[in-house]
Design a protein around this ligand. Structure first.
Ligand SMILES: [Mg+2]
Length: 378
């Protein structure tokens, strides 16, 4: 089988409600996924998505689309999409880094391999270890009263836990919001806090002291992504697990965090981590080093979420204290594929689909609605 054509489509999808994040990120109002469709000479088409967010990883939709069009797609025409190792070798030999952009190609070739072999991606990764997964919700910054109300709504909707976005310029308000949420939802509802790099180590430790009685399941990325020593300092000071998100983009990042005893949990995001193959490698490295994995998400559409779910289905070391982030398209004006029809979220759980490939179909009407640009390389 050979790749004959690659379509690259840039989208703009508004969020239903603006998402208030840390002082690093401000307010997020529009997602800009880039979708690739890889066509083959056997009539099989695979889909992939990457989710650029300039402040998060340094990627933007315009740059990702251009790299796909000018650098990656021309090198992949005529190549066998089922040789995933070779596809990655070609991409890495063409342009350094650009992990997020490469993730769109990676997902699409796994989708092709699955459709061609008649197997779901989780089977290609060695087989699923579970039939479903718990889901959590996530709330942005607002008043203590509003935060409590939002988390109560998530609990009533069936979500198995909630992430509270903190890391704003007012850490005392973030602590008050956290306490208000805990008081409102009761002691048995799992909560985590994510500061999205918004603080220095001292502020992070002050926040933890102020919320110590709130029984957070873990605390994510309080300091800058590059600050491995800062993560280790926070980890030594607190008595709950510490998670790295922005700090763990690559397998090498994972290695540095482990070597410095800086982390207990990795936040896995399949697009941030460069696709299914590298994300699975990080999960296995984590497993070998006693690190848990939390399946998290960018603001992403159902293609990326489907890819994430396929990896999560295969991992032994997933965090069990709180659900995982398989809700992202619900934040958006609409999904561009049949993700939720296939995974059937009910009562805060998603089912692992056994359909071939990623197990989803693209919704053409939604693509037409949100498409900003489309180019093809053949
Ligand atoms: Mg995070």
């Amino acid at each position: 089988m050979k790749i004959t054509k690659i379509d690259i489509e840039t989208l703009a999808v508004p969020l239903k409600h603006p998402y208030h994040l840390s002082q690093e990120y401000g307010i997020f109002a529009t997602a800009t996924p880039v979708v690739v469709r890889i066509h083959t000479d056997e009539g099989i088409t695979g889909v992939g998505e990457c989710d650029p967010w300039p402040l998060f990883t340094g990627d933007s939709d315009a740059v990702s689309a251009l790299i796909l069009q000018k650098h990656l797609a021309p090198m992949l025409i005529g190549k066998d999409p089922t040789n995933i190792n070779e596809i990655h070798r070609i991409m890495d030999a063409t342009i350094r880094n650009q992990h997020l952009t490469k993730s769109a190609i990676d997902m699409a070739v796994y989708d092709i391999w699955g459709k061609w072999s008649g197997m779901p991606v989780h089977q290609l990764l060695g087989g699923k270890r579970r039939e479903s997964m718990d889901c959590m919700w996530s709330i942005g910054g607002s008043s203590p009263e509003e935060s409590a109300r939002e988390v109560l709504e998530a609990k009533e909707a069936g979500y198995k836990g909630c992430m509270i976005k903190v890391g704003t310029a007012d850490w005392k308000l973030d602590a008050a919001r956290t306490c208000a949420v805990r008081e409102a939802v009761g002691k048995d509802f799992p909560l985590i806090a994510d500061a999205n790099q918004g603080w220095d180590t001292d502020t992070a430790i002050r926040y933890w002291k102020q919320t110590r009685h709130c029984d957070l399941q873990f605390f994510e990325q309080p300091v800058q992504s590059w600050d491995v020593e800062g993560m280790a300092k926070v980890r030594r000071a607190i008595d709950i697990p510490l998670s790295a998100d922005e700090g763990v983009m690559t397998l090498q990042d994972a290695k540095h965090l482990v070597q410095k005893d800086a982390v207990d949990i990795f936040s896995i995001k399949v697009t941030k981590n460069g696709g299914i193959r590298p994300a699975k490698a990080i999960c296995e490295y984590a497993d070998a080093n006693g690190i848990g994995v939390f399946f998290n998400s960018m603001i992403e559409e159902g293609i990326t979420q489907a890819a994430s779910l396929q990896i999560a289905a295969t991992c032994t070391n997933i965090v069990t204290t709180i659900g995982h982030a398989f809700f992202s398209p619900y934040r958006l004006d609409g999904d561009i594929c049949s993700y939720y029809q296939q995974v059937k979220p009910e009562e805060g759980r998603v089912l692992i689909t056994d359909r071939p490939g990623l197990g989803i179909d693209v919704e053409e009407a939604a693509m037409d609605k949100y498409r900003v640009n489309r180019v093809s390389v053949e």
